[in-house]
Each structure stands twice: as structure tokens, then as C-alpha cells.
Design a binder for this molecule. Structure first.
Ligand code: NI
Length: 184
């Protein structure tokens, strides 16, 4: 169904079989790349988004960015509640209007199992993106959803929570990071 029969000029990644996608772990190179904009919401993009939502729930997690399944594309999925009706797809997202002051909270990452970092971020923010139907939309959130957006957006620029560690977090996570690096 997603075989290489149709060459797609825009696709930097050859043919993708969404069913084969799996979460990749630090220090996979793709997690450090700057992801590229998605030119059009094709059936393939929709299928990838669908699979990413499935992987996010399986993990389980509240967000998953395309680089975390090996694709350097500007897309992520999120669901702050775990309820199927709350699944959201954000294609080519942009963040703006940080508000509400800063808040610090522990974050994990599906690509960094066993690692927790206290990350300070604006508590409220606005996102504009394209959804899985190809429609542009804008939304604002605070608390957990605002944090998820910012965490996942960081992934699109190759930024990970381990880049934001305090000296204390660095010590606490030293062993887990080393184990991941040695497992590569
Ligand atoms: Ni993450």
C-alpha cells in the first residue's frame, strides 16, 4: 500500500511503510536533526500521523514527534488525557505568544527512557499548525498541553530535555544517559 511505486519529489525519506515505524532512542542521529517542513498533507502523511498516535498511546505517552519515529519532518501528535477523542496532529507547527510566566515541571521523553529532567517553560502558549485534514488552525493552551507542545516542538529542532539539565539533573541522570549511549 505504501510501497515505493510512486516517486514523490517532495519526500526526503524514500518510501515509508507506516506500519514499520517504531520509536527511536537517544542517541539516534535523527533526534538531533532540524526537521523539514511538510509540503502537503498526503495520504502517506496521514498514515504516519495515525501510526504515531498509536505508538504514543502504546508507550504510553502524551506526545510524540516525527523525529522520534525516525522521520525528520515537522509534525507531532499529542494527547494530554489519553482519551481517543483528544488525539491531535500538528503539522508544520509554530509557537507564539508565550504567556503566564514560567513554570518548572519534571518531563520525561519516550526517546529517553528512564530519564527525568525539570524543565522551565512558559506556562501558556499559542500554536498554529495544519491538522491531518490539511486545514490550518490555531489553538492556545496552558499547563500540561502547553508544555507538551513546547517539548514536541523542541524535537523538531533537534532539542532534547537532556540539553536543559541542571547540574543536579545531570548527576541524577548520568548513569541512564550513559546506558543509552552504550546501547547504541
Ligand atoms: Ni520527547
Amino acid at each position: 500500500m505504501f510501497a515505493a511505486a510512486n516517486p514523490r519529489a517532495y519526500d526526503p525519506c524514500m518510501a515509508i511503510d507506516p506500519e514499520q515505524l517504531a520509536i527511536v532512542y537517544y542517541p539516534h542521529d535523527v533526534l538531533r536533526q532540524k526537521a523539514q517542513p511538510i509540503p502537503a498533507v498526503t495520504d502517506e502523511i496521514k498514515a504516519v500521523a495515525h501510526k504515531m498516535i498509536e505508538l504514543m498511546h502504546q508507550a504510553p505517552g502524551v506526545g510524540l514527534a516525527a523525529p522520534q519515529v525516525g522521520l525528520p519532518w515537522r509534525m507531532f501528535v499529542a494527547n494530554p488525557t489519553g482519551e481517543p477523542g483528544d488525539d491531535r496532529v500538528y503539522i508544520n507547527p509554530e509557537l507564539s505568544g508565550a504567556a503566564g510566566g514560567n513554570a518548572a515541571r519534571d518531563e520525561g521523553c519516550l526517546s529517553l527512557p528512564g530519564i527525568t529532567v525539570e524543565v522551565t517553560r512558559p506556562s501558556a502558549i499559542t500554536i498554529s499548525a495544519t491538522n491531518q485534514d490539511g486545514e490550518p488552525f490555531e489553538d492556545s493552551a496552558d499547563d500540561l498541553l502547553a508544555r507538551i507542545w513546547q517539548h514536541e516542538y523542541d524535537h523538531l529542532d533537534g532539542v532534547l530535555i537532556i540539553d536543559k539539565m541542571s547540574p543536579m539533573d545531570r548527576m541524577a541522570n548520568k548513569r541512564a544517559i550513559k546506558e543509552l549511549e552504550e546501547a547504541k
